[in-house]
Design a protein around this ligand. Structure first.
Ligand SMILES: [Zn+2]
Ligand SMILES: [Zn+2]
Length: 182
C-alpha cells in the first residue's frame, strides 16, 4: 500500500489491512536481506492497524501487527508456527537533522525507531515487512531445547534416536578403548 505523504496532516490517517498468507512470497525479492532469514510464509492472515500523521517536517507511523508466521527452525530445519504481536512507533525523517538538533535526536532515538525518507511516497508494505523481521528472535527455534539434527547422519533428534548417539566419542579414542580391554 503506497501512501502519498502530501495527503498526511497532523491528524492521523488510519489504515487497516489484512494480508493473506501468499503476501509474503509475492513480495519476496524486494529486499536482499530476506534471503538470510528463514521466514517461509504467513500462516493465516496478518492484521495490520497503522496510523500515519505529520509532525513538523517528519512523519510518525504507529502500528500494531498481529498474526502468525511459518518459520524454519535453525537447528532441526522443521517449520513451526510463530506468533507476531508487535506494536511499533516509527519516526520518518526527510534528512539527517542538523548538528543543533542532535541532542534532542539522541533522546528521541531511545524511545522510537527512526527511518529516513527520500520521496514523497512511502510503501507501508515495506515498513510492515521490516517490522516483521524486527519481531523475530535472534535464533529461530521450534521449541526450547530443540535437539537439532545429528551431525553424522542428519536424523532429527527430536523425533528419533539414531544409532550414532551411542558411541559419539572420537574414532581415535574408541580404538584406544578397544586396545585397553584386550
Ligand atoms: Zn527445531
Ligand atoms: Zn545420527
Amino acid at each position: 500500500m503506497i501512501i502519498d505523504l502530501q495527503s498526511i496532516s497532523r491528524s492521523p490517517r488510519h489504515f487497516n489491512f489484512e494480508y493473506q498468507s501468499d503476501w509474503w512470497r509475492k513480495n519476496e525479492g524486494a529486499v536482499q536481506v530476506q534471503n538470510l532469514v528463514q521466514v517461509q510464509d504467513l500462516e493465516g492472515p496478518l492484521i495490520a492497524k497503522i496510523s500515519v500523521s505529520r509532525e513538523g517536517k517528519n512523519y510518525l507511523v504507529i502500528g500494531r501487527l498481529t498474526g502468525k508466521l511459518r518459520l524454519v527452525c535453525d537447528r532441526c530445519l522443521e517449520t513451526y508456527t510463530f506468533s507476531v504481536n508487535r506494536d511499533f512507533r516509527l519516526s520518518l525523517w526527510r534528512s539527517v537533522p542538523p548538528e543543533s538538533a542532535r541532542d534532542e535526536t539522541e533522546l528521541k532515538k531511545d524511545e522510537l525507531a527512526v527511518g529516513f525518507i527520500a520521496a514523497e511516497k512511502i510503501d507501508l508494505d515495506d515498513i510492515i515487512r521490516e517490522q516483521i523481521y524486527l519481531s523475530l528472535p535472534m535464533k529461530l527455534l521450534c521449541k526450547n531445547g530443540c535437539a537439532g539434527l545429528c551431525a553424522r547422519c542428519g536424523a532429527n533428534q527430536n523425533m528419533e534416536t539414531c544409532k550414532c548417539s551411542g558411541n559419539s566419542g572420537h574414532p581415535a579414542f574408541l580404538k584406544l578403548k578397544e586396545l585397553k580391554t584386550e
